[in-house]
Write a protein of this length. Structure first.
Length: 247
């Protein structure tokens, strides 16, 4: 494993552990040696998020753009890029105000754009639609009807020809809109991180955040947003201090 990144080692360990777990069930071995492996510490990447002022400016820019609802969905529902691009209109339930996330769209050199199953079952989830996002999606629905690009099996966010959007082109559009909003050096994944951060800052239970984000484990959510949780802990302790100081 020398020379491999911690992330790669974790992935390989999951595969080996899963295979050995099945071997234990089949009584081929007595125990799973992979359970005793000491894994290297993961180096946590510093995540980017939009500030409230940046969010407000960005949403204003999105109101005027054909694909504004796509980026509003990333920001206000926390979807991954692949999940967003794979959405079809049957995944949007306007009556119950929910989005069903069941698949992803990725690009491969061998096959081009491909719809595929999510990496884990936890990635399949139902995300409630905020009122402001509902407004974006309804306006987008009307626009797609006018273009002739609306249908239950058609992609929610598509090209002018009604086809799936290439992930690279979505990124290109994002940076164009970001520049228009006067925001610099914030990657696309920051929209998803911003959604999770807003949930945590609003006091939403960590388990619920995990489910909304589609993380396989609650520990993943805690690891990724440890900085947010630390700030919440500090604020909680400060509040206790304030309460003690009033007596």
């Amino acid at each position: 494993m020398q020379g491999k990144s911690p992330a790669t080692i974790y992935k390989l360990h999951d595969i080996v552990r899963g295979a050995l777990k099945q071997a234990v069930k089949n009584k081929l071995i007595l125990n799973n040696p992979a359970e005793a492996v000491t894994l290297p510490r993961k180096k946590q990447k510093e995540i980017q998020i939009l500030t409230k002022e940046q969010r407000d400016r960005f949403l204003e820019v999105l109101k005027e753009d054909r694909l504004g609802a796509a980026f509003a969905t990333l920001l206000l529902a926390g979807l991954r890029r692949s999940e967003l691009l794979a959405l079809t209109w049957q995944d949007i339930d306007f009556k119950n105000e929910t989005i069903s996330v069941t698949k992803g769209l990725v690009y491969t050199k061998e096959k081009g754009l491909v719809i595929q199953e999510p990496k884990t079952e936890k990635s399949k989830r139902i995300v409630p639609i905020l009122d402001i996002l509902l407004m974006f999606l309804r306006r987008h629905q009307i626009r797609m009807l006018e273009e002739g690009n609306y249908g239950k099996d058609k992609p929610v966010f598509c090209t002018q020809n009604g086809t799936y959007i290439h992930p690279r082109n979505l990124n290109r559009k994002y940076y164009e809109l970001l520049k228009k909003a006067g925001i610099k050096d914030v990657n696309l994944h920051a929209l998803r991180h911003t959604f999770a951060t807003m949930l945590l800052e609003a006091g939403v239970n960590l388990k619920i955040v995990q489910e909304l984000m589609g993380h396989a484990r609650v520990s993943t959510t805690a690891d990724v947003y440890s900085h947010v949780l630390l700030e919440m802990k500090k604020n909680a302790v400060k509040q206790i201090g304030k309460n003690l100081g009033t007596k």
